[in-house]
Design a protein around this ligand. Sequence first.
Ligand code: ATP
Length: 330
Amino acid sequence: MSEIKAINLTKKFGNFTAVDHINFDVEKGEIFGFLGPNGAGKSTTIKMLTTVLKPTEGTAIVNGYDIIKNPSLVRQSIGVVPQEYTADEDLTGWDNMMFMAGVYGIPNSVAKEKAEELLKMVELTQAAKRKVSSYSGGMRRRLEIAMSLISRPAVLFLDEPTLGLDAQTRNAIWTYVMKLKKEFDMTIFVTTHYLEEADMYCDRIAIIDRGKIIKIGSPKELKESIGGDMVTVEVNDIEKAIKTLSEIDGILEIKNRDSQIRMKVKNGEEIAPKIMETLVKNNIKVIRLSISQPTMDEVYMEYTGKSLRDEQSSSEEAFGLMRTMRRARS
Ligand SMILES: Nc1ncnc2c1ncn2[C@@H]1O[C@H](COP(=O)(O)OP(=O)(O)OP(=O)(O)O)[C@@H](O)[C@H]1O
């Protein structure tokens, strides 16, 4: 039985449809990634699945409970790490953990044991007695993950857990997420717009754009679904090479990316010798040639017609600014 099942799930704000009749299933123990640009409807979907927002139409079953008919049973069986920080800044990490345990009615002695174990897992034992206001962004995120786990939920929802964090902290967060999957067979629903993270860590990915799911599959399936290979060449004269290569039959697309020429082809191994021969014949020096599968960025581009890369930096900047403003206010 699936642990999350969305059935025509829809959310409208006035006349605007933020989430548009989406359907998907998440199996037990799966890390399911919701990948899409800003405003695609990821947070709205999480808010409906976690019963913060009521759907306009459709419903979802989470851990066996209907989000409309049994919202409190849904809430008791899930853990949520929302995009905005929710831990109380004036309390210590330890007190936040104990507060959360109180919300779930966990007896004190059990709560203490769990808090110790979880803070250790997210490497915050040393900082547990410090006020959260002194924590870095990464420490806060780790604390919130620990807080969301105190009730040992069957399903964990993470909304952009790594947004605005440095690469090292992002890796650490994913290490904990992988651990939860491995040790507790936890089902994890995660939204992200980091293509590499979705590719590396998610068992399956749903690509969402303008409120609609465009494609669902494992990273491998998604890459295979766009067909063919990528051939990348590094040459001494890019412009001349592009002109020369565009005359070869069998190259489906040519792009100049990061001072390299990247070509979409049907079969890399078949066409590579011809590419090499043509370039050499035209006195173009080939420094490197490689054949690979398409990246998630290319998959995303194929299905949405746009690149997610440009979005990443603007989103991180906005998040950083939000955090600075919040700090300045407090
Ligand atoms: N309460 C609201 N009232 C009106 N419009 C809303 C509301 N909440 C979200 N929206 C709109 O719905 C759309 C989807 O927003 P949502 O936050 O779900 O996107 P997202 O994919 O999570 O993007 P982000 O990562 O930027 O949060 C956006 O156009 C947003 O402006």
